[in-house]
Design a protein around this ligand. Structure first.
Ligand code: LCS
Length: 407
């Protein structure tokens, strides 16, 4: 895919990007074009815009200058040709899946994905006779096992890495080589890493997806989604799905995401450093049974993570001794961490995937994906890591020490 190229460093592009490219009044910060429609100069220009012979905006469901800036910025940052901003991460995923697959088609996906994505694939797409063929993270490193699931009706491959909530790392290069050999696109949900920590196009991916609700927005105040890919693919998704089904982003949300992106590099550095410190501390804690953080040398996919990520991000999953009952004591007693779903915010968020974000899976489906009942997920925020550690230490002190015998 020929990329939009720039000689500037990533941190510079994150701050500057193309924010002023559309400005007629030389604003430093792009304006919010809160309009649903646009006036035509005259009937000829109006019909010309519809016919594609004249330039101009028509209607915000079709295009909007503020949204265009965000789309251009994300295309540049990911290294794709074009982007589409959507109303949510879920609508970004639905838009691409519904464009590429038709009844009696199938697709292959790793089964450790966000619970909403799993429900979309396993319930809604199945209802349309579009069949997901899931593979567990453990088998997702085998070319042979993935290959067995692909046939002439397979329309795309889908992975999320790091995976929600297990923090499995899926090998983008391996999956893209399989996709290329079968001439089908590889879609990568890059939400957990954000564009700053991972560049799926450099590893052969064809379409990149973000829930912009998370690290791109960064402040827990919007819902949004982003799709990035080739000009041809983005035009197809826009024409065959987004324009007619209408899951478009609000210009105000686009503006907030543009503002959020300005600090993306700084925030991802801090999220990653904080998470590394907390993961190392959890790893040594005698009441903690397991820690899943791709930055730890002990993580099962650490080698792949080192190869495909700049740093390891802000997401940690862990289990305490005593499983779910002990885990709930943590959730009920944290003071600085907030008990909430979502991720990528300034505040540290803690939640229980089995009963919350991944309650869309049956227990059996969760087992296949490696989502245990005792797993707790932490979205490490931008606070001082020592305060988060102290908060967790206080709650862990309420959990029974397994090495002490009951009297
Ligand atoms: N992709 C990933 C990896 C996600 O984590 C989420 C949401 C989505 C897509 C969907 O994006 P949305 O429509 O919400 O913008 N993940 C959530 C989570 O883990 N807790 O709450 C939402």
């Amino acid at each position: 895919m020929p990329k939009k190229t720039t000689d500037l460093a990533e941190e510079t592009m994150i701050v500057h990007g193309c924010d002023t490219a559309h400005s007629t009044s030389r604003d430093l910060v792009p304006p919010i074009h809160m309009t649903s429609t646009y006036t035509f100069e005259n009937a000829a220009q109006g019909s010309g815009v519809f016919a594609g012979t004249h330039d101009g905006y028509v209607y915000t469901r079709i295009a909007n200058p503020t949204i265009d800036i965000l789309q251009e910025k994300m295309a540049v940052l990911e290294g794709g040709e074009a982007a589409i901003a959507t109303a949510s991460g879920m609508s970004a995923i639905a838009s691409v899946a519904m464009t590429l697959a038709r009844p009696d088609d199938n697709f292959v996906a790793c089964n450790s994905v966000y619970g909403g994505t799993f429900a979309l694939f396993n319930v809604q797409l199945r209802n349309l006779r579009i069949t997901p063929r899931f593979i567990s993270p453990a088998l997702s490193h085998s070319k042979k096992e993935i290959g067995k699931l692909i046939d002439k009706n397979t329309r795309f491959l889908f992975i999320e890495t790091p995976a929600n909530p297990t923090l499995d790392i899926i090998d983008i290069q391996l999956w893209s080589s399989i996709a290329a050999s079968k001439k089908i696109p590889l879609i990568v949900d890059n939400t957990f890493a954000s564009t700053y920590l991972q560049k799926p196009f450099n590893l052969g991916a064809d379409i990149v997806i973000h829930s912009a609700t998370k690290y791109l927005g960064g402040h827990g105040d919007i819902i949004g989604g982003i799709l990035v890919g080739s000009q041809k693919m983005m035009e197809r998704i826009k024409e065959e799905y987004v324009r007619d089904f209408g899951p478009v982003m609000s210009p105000f949300n686009a503006w907030l995401i543009l503002r959020g992106i300005k600090t993306l590099a700084l925030r991802m550095e801090r999220h990653s450093d904080n998470a590394m410190k907390i993961a190392k501390w959890l790893k040594k804690h005698k009441k903690v049974e397991s820690v899943h953080y791709p930055g730890l040398a002990s993580h099962r996919n650490h080698t792949i993570a080192k190869r495909q990520m700049k740093k390891f991000g802000g997401m940690i999953a862990f289990e305490v001794n005593g499983g779910l009952i002990a885990g709930k004591r943590i959730l009920d007693n944290v003071k600085i961490c907030s008990l909430a779903v979502s991720l990528g915010d300034c505040e540290t968020l803690i939640q229980h995937p089995a009963s919350m974000t991944h309650s869309t899976y049956t227990k059996k489906e969760r087992e296949k994906a490696g989502i245990t009942d005792g797993l707790i997920r932490l979205s490490v925020g931008l606070e001082n890591a020592d305060d988060i550690i102290a908060d967790l230490e206080n709650t862990l002190s309420l959990v029974r020490d397994p090495s002490r015998k009951r009297r």
